[in-house]
Design a protein around this ligand. Structure first.
Ligand SMILES: [Zn+2]
Length: 356
């Protein structure tokens, strides 16, 4: 059943295009559920950490970027919710990216709470230095294989140290599985495995409060990044589209609490928009290959982006290449294009015509 505060919230967040871009500091979501904005140095500006109260204590869904500023925002959010760090019994994460998992080391240091994630997130977590070095070397090889020009490759390589600094290193204590309720929630909080953004991505359905916490699987405005890169599943876009279908049982009255941006309702409408986006994006990328763009880099340069491709930061550039690559592999699996060589990886179609 929908509570009145949920109905008000759903109304307040009804039209994403009318939402102000200002940061919302934190707010009550439903009886005993709170959202806190945690600063994140990216165009998204912040991620959400949600606190859900149960008879045994608080369960946190997602943490946020690892910085002193983020930690203080997290603590301030708890105190606005009238809660104490000591009351946190467990933390679950939708996925192990640093803007959702970054504060895990501070949680480990300051609380006795357990940390839960899907085992598929193991590939995101690098515990020892050798493993981290191996991951960074894989990324360099992958960028070369995408056909990134030599001069830029050196620049991207130089920036990998910054990536190393944010790779998560805390191993979860609890493995969360699809459909198996989160411990300590009396069966109310249920993980839904939604691979695509990452292999072990989870959404959480809060059945008693009629909430769906979507992490980066579904955001109200931005299209979540679906990336093929070292450590990802072989066909992440197929996974992502299948995962959209896994949410069909969630009622449209549910308040959707995403990892960024703002809450919204009418989930099915947003799912339709995302499906349509990828349908059109696949056609655009296929067309680029037909026109003779034969590497991931050339395709990424040729297609449209929300911002100027030539001004992308190294992190945005890696995401753009990984997303382009995810669409290329999906097109190949659908038999619309084929991979015709490597070093760098080449893409072609029967109708490729570089003179077009
Ligand atoms: Zn995120």
């Amino acid at each position: 059943m929908q509570t009145s505060s949920q109905a008000e919230l759903a109304e307040a967040y009804r039209r994403p295009e009318e939402r102000p871009t200002r940061r919302i500091e934190g707010f009550a979501v439903a009886g005993g559920a709170w959202a806190t904005t945690v600063p994140f140095p990216s165009p998204l500006a912040y991620s959400y950490s949600y606190a859900l109260r149960y008879p045994d204590g608080l369960v946190i869904v997602d943490l946020g970027w690892d910085s002193d500023e983020a930690w203080h925002a997290f603590l301030a959010g708890l105190s606005r919710a009238g809660a104490d760090l000591d009351e946190v019994i467990g933390v679950v994460v939708t996925h192990a990216h640093p803007d959702h998992y970054g504060l895990a080391s501070r949680i480990r240091e300051h609380t006795s709470a357990w940390i839960g994630a899907h085992p598929g997130e193991r590939a995101q977590i690098r515990v020892d230095a050798a493993e981290r070095r191996a991951r960074l070397a894989e990324i360099t090889d992958w960028l070369r294989d995408c056909g990134v020009p030599g001069s830029l490759l050196a620049e991207l390589d130089g920036e990998l140290g910054a990536l190393d600094a944010v790779l998560p290193t805390i191993e979860p204590d609890v493995e969360l599985q699809d459909g198996v309720p989160v411990p300590g929630t009396g069966g109310a909080l249920v993980p839904v495995h939604t691979p695509g953004h990452t292999a072990g991505h989870l959404c959480f359905h809060e059945r008693e409060r009629n909430l769906l916490l979507t992490g980066d699987h579904i955001l109200p405005k931005v299209t979540p990044n679906v990336a093929r890169r070292p450590g990802s599943d072989p066909d992440p876009l197929r996974d992502f589209l299948t995962s959209l279908g896994r949410l069909h049982r969630i009622p449209d009255s549910a308040v959707v609490l995403p990892g960024h941006e703002w809450p919204f309702d009418r989930l099915s409408r947003r799912v339709d928009v995302l499906r349509q986006h990828h349908h059109e994006r696949l056609a655009e990328i296929e067309h680029a290959v037909v026109r003779g763009c034969d590497t991931v880099w050339k395709v990424a340069e040729a297609v449209s982006w929300a911002r100027d491709f030539s001004a992308f930061t190294p992190r945005s550039l890696r995401s753009a290449l990984a997303e382009t690559s995810a669409h290329l592999i999906r097109l190949a699996e659908e038999g619309r294009i084929r991979r015709s060589g490597c070093g760098p990886e080449r893409w072609t179609t029967e109708q490729s015509d570089p003179t077009q």
